[in-house]
Design a protein around this ligand. Structure first.
Ligand code: AMP
Ligand code: MG
Length: 469
């Protein structure tokens, strides 16, 4: 197998990482491989034997320069001065067919100096969850890391639930730079490294940015857009810590994430998120918190600290309006309105309020708006009828409204109960549900009669996701 590496992170100062190879595993087996993604990365000559060796970490591809990245981060609001890749190894980077530099990283590839007591491994469940959900997000048009391969290791690992089959995920990302990468150098007073990192991030992600303030502005814009996109498909990330907030604006780290079925602004899935810090409707606030941390980390780079603080504060304070505008754009499109006016916010909010009080399914309600069947999602149908009258009046004569609705309201999202069922099957050696989901979620906006559109029955509901990844 040939991977056309072109590594840049490995050329940064030693302070940025620890170079080390993955730890071998006993009996690797290739479970999934993303051929389309591999092609776009210029990966050639793929045979199963070599792929199994490389994607398990048992052998290193030529020109790989493996390393674990250093970073820190705020976890649930508390600063942790040292995190870093505790179980991930960056093999290197390639330039894809669109000219974009992509990291290729193994997750669950063994211990590193940043493992902090962890085993450096991942179990099959979260590996397949990330595989399915990140690829579904990509198909939904939402910026995300992607899944290139999944391998089972043939080794059992210990988690809260007991002994579980180990696995390694190979993922790609436009980079693994996080808010926490900036924080670690800022907090340690390594200003030269902070400057090097800033220059690197600008060059890699926002080449038009003129300096750190412009970088902050660009990352805030990317995060505002990302959060609005998440909300428009009912996605709850679940662990928006600053170490899981990518500078490039991609969704990263699919640990306790979930898509909601029946709509509620306060929905939380993560079992460790007792306070609802990362609840569906709190995601804009948390993005703003993360951007405030990035701003704080960048301040040491400025000579005139007072002026910089003032400017950065203005950028952060502009975020609510920025997210609101992005939210309005995304949700208005779901109603068939390409160019929303401020009054449309009330039309959207009224529908969401109805959905919340009546427990309507988020995905199926929006999808059905275009077929006249949305009222079936409500128990108080007259209340919905009244709303629909307003909606019909608003989109009357709007060209392309129907097409816009079909292109922005997916028929399929990876429902949590299906993911759990898929993981159970895979743990028992049956990959058929995984294959079926991968195929279905590749075209989420197509009309379908798939059973995967069905919300969970009372017995099927999976109310919590676990961080024991
Ligand atoms: P996450 O919640 O996956 O974003 O991880 C938070 C931090 O814990 C990161 O530094 C991870 O690398 C580390 N970590 C998570 N699981 C493990 C593990 N099994 N072994 C070592 N480090 C881990
Ligand atoms: Mg993480």
């Amino acid at each position: 197998m040939h991977i056309p590496f072109d590594n840049s992170y490995a050329a940064l100062p030693d302070a940025f990482y620890t170079k080390l190879a993955p730890t071998s595993v006993k009996a690797p087996k290739l479970l999934a491989f993303n051929e389309e993604l591999a092609k776009s990365l210029g990966i050639e000559d793929t045979d199963e034997g070599t792929m199994t060796e490389i994607f398990s970490g048992n052998s290193l591809p030529q020109s790989a320069d493996p390393l674990a990245q250093l970073y820190a981060g705020h976890q649930f609001g508390n600063y942790n001065p040292q995190l870093g890749d505790g179980r991930a190894i960056l093999l290197g980077e390639v330039i894809d067919t669109n000219g974009i530099r992509r990291d290729i990283q193994l997750k669950g590839a063994g211990r590193t100096p940043y493992s902090r007591g962890g085993d450096g491994r991942a179990w099959l469940g979260p590996v397949l969850r990330e595989y399915v959900v990140s690829e579904a997000m990509h198909a939904l048009g939402i910026p995300t890391t992607r899944a290139l391969a999944a391998v089972s290791t043939g080794e059992d690992i210990l988690r809260e639930q007991g002994m579980l089959p180990g696995a390694v995920l190979t993922r790609t990302a436009s980079s693994h730079l996080r808010v926490g990468t900036f924080q670690v150098f800022a907090h340690r007073g390594q200003i030269e490294d902070l400057q090097t990192l800033t220059d690197y991030a600008i060059k890699r992600h926002y080449p038009q940015a003129s300096g750190p303030m412009d970088l902050l502005r660009a990352v805030c814009a990317a995060q505002a857009d990302l959060i609005a996109r998440w909300m428009s498909v009912g996605f709850i990330h679940g662990v928006m810590n600053t170490d899981n907030c990518a500078i490039g604006g991609e969704t990263i780290d699919y640990g306790p994430c979930a898509f909601m079925d029946d709509f509620h602004m306060g929905r939380v899935f993560s079992s460790i998120d007792q306070q609802g810090r990362y609840a569906y409707g709190n995601q804009p606030n948390m993005a703003m918190f993360n951007m405030a941390q990035l701003a704080t980390a960048l301040l040491p780079l400025f000579e005139d600290k007072d002026a910089a603080l003032e400017e950065a504060t203005a950028i952060i304070y502009a975020m609510p309006d920025q997210i609101e505008a992005a939210w309005l754009k995304r949700f208005a499109a779901k109603l068939g309105i390409a160019e929303p006016t401020p009054e449309d916010a009330d039309l959207i909010q009224s529908l969401l309020d109805l959905m919340q009080t009546q427990g309507a399914d988020f995905t199926n309600t929006f999808r059905a708006l275009n077929t006249g069947k949305a009222r079936d999602q409500f128990t108080d149908r007259e209340a919905f009828d009244a709303w629909e009258k307003r909606h019909s009046a608003r989109i009357m004569g709007l060209e392309g409204a129907s097409e816009l609705m079909d292109a922005t309201n997916p028929a399929l999202i990876p429902r949590n109960h299906r993911i759990e069922q898929m993981i159970q099957a895979a743990t028992a050696g049956d990959m058929a549900p995984f294959e079926q989901m991968m195929q279905a979620y590749a075209t989420p906006f197509a009309d379908t009669s798939s059973d995967l559109t069905r919300p969970p029955t009372r017995d099927e509901i999976v109310p919590a996701t676990f961080c024991g990844t």
